[in-house]
Design a protein around this ligand. Structure first.
Ligand code: MF3
Ligand code: CO
Length: 280
């Protein structure tokens, strides 16, 4: 099959632009995690994100999203998914309580270049199995990131995520309907980056490609359903879910995790992967 066009490849100056968006996204997520506490509503967290966006003169990647393909336009700047909600939870009146497992997903663009990231955290202390789910998902994301390289293929990342999750004694669910994606001048670009698959398959990763890598993992079955709001995705068995995501730039010199405050230095170096920031 012929392809109309390949993946969007960024020049060094464009990666620096993407880093601006990525750093903003990372810092806003950190602020939201800091602010989250028992008694705080998910809507309050979304309002804080809106304020920080406005301060930075950046645009939401999420607000209004979906209208182009027949969904109700997404009404918020964050997705906040609690407990058995997997992704795309709409912030609102829900009051967070101690022990809740909260996934916050946030995307923004600066001068037309997008960053997209998600993290999961607990409100107060988590039950041990919820804490393990969160950590398993975070580590799977980093193992997936570390498996990507220029000259490799998207399937290398997918396989590493799956292997990382499957290395645990507990049988976690890997949500299949939602995937990572290319990112750059739009939030969602080709290719899809599935969270399971075979190494050596899929699109080739070329110099300057940026991917959002985002495993969604459940404590039980991975079967998902969408609520009547047409956005909120929940587990059918009501088991809890976690979601971690980073936007990653791949160059011949190595990797740069654009939405991580340290650019990914700590996690990449721990895995023996070249950390290759541009001018930062
Ligand atoms: N950030 C999500 C993703 O990781 C997409 C959010 S959907 C939106 O791909 F409607 F909120 F934009
Ligand atoms: Co994404």
């Amino acid at each position: 099959m012929t392809r109309l066009r390949g993946l969007e490849r960024k020049r060094p100056g464009q990666l620096l632009q993407m880093r601006k968006a990525g750093l903003l996204v990372g810092r806003v997520l950190a602020a939201l995690a800091e602010h989250a506490a028992p008694g705080v509503t998910t809507g309050e967290l979304d309002r804080l994100a809106r304020e920080l966006l406005a301060e930075a003169k950046a645009a939401s990647s999420f607000l209004g999203y979906g209208a182009a393909f027949g969904l109700p336009p997404y009404p918020a700047v964050t997705c906040i998914s609690v407990n058995d909600e997997i992704v795309h939870g709409i912030p609102g009146e829900r009051v967070l309580a101690a022990g809740d497992l909260v996934s916050v997903d946030f995307g923004a663009s600066v001068d037309g270049w997008h960053g997209d990231s998600a993290r999961t955290f607990g409100i107060g202390d988590l039950a041990p199995e919820a804490a393990a789910l969160c950590e398993t998902t975070r580590v799977a994301m980093w193992d997936g990131i570390a498996a990507g390289r220029v000259g490799g293929r998207v399937g290398d990342i997918s396989h590493a995520i799956e292997a990382s999750i499957d290395a645990h004694v507990h049988q976690y669910g890997i949500v299949a309907e939602y995937t990572g994606h290319g990112i750059g001048t739009a939030m969602h670009q080709p290719p899809d980056v599935p969270n399971y698959g075979r190494a050596g398959r899929g699109e080739r990763i070329l110099d300057g490609v940026c991917l959002a890598i985002e495993p969604m993992v459940t404590l039980g079955s991975a079967d998902a359903a969408t609520l009547a709001d047409e956005w909120t995705v929940v587990t059918r068995d009501r088991s809890w879910a976690a979601h971690w995501e980073h936007t990653v730039a791949f160059t011949g010199a190595g990797l740069w995790v654009l939405t991580a405050e340290d650019g990914g230095e700590a996690e990449l170096t721990a895995r023996g992967i070249p950390f290759a920031p541009l001018g930062d």
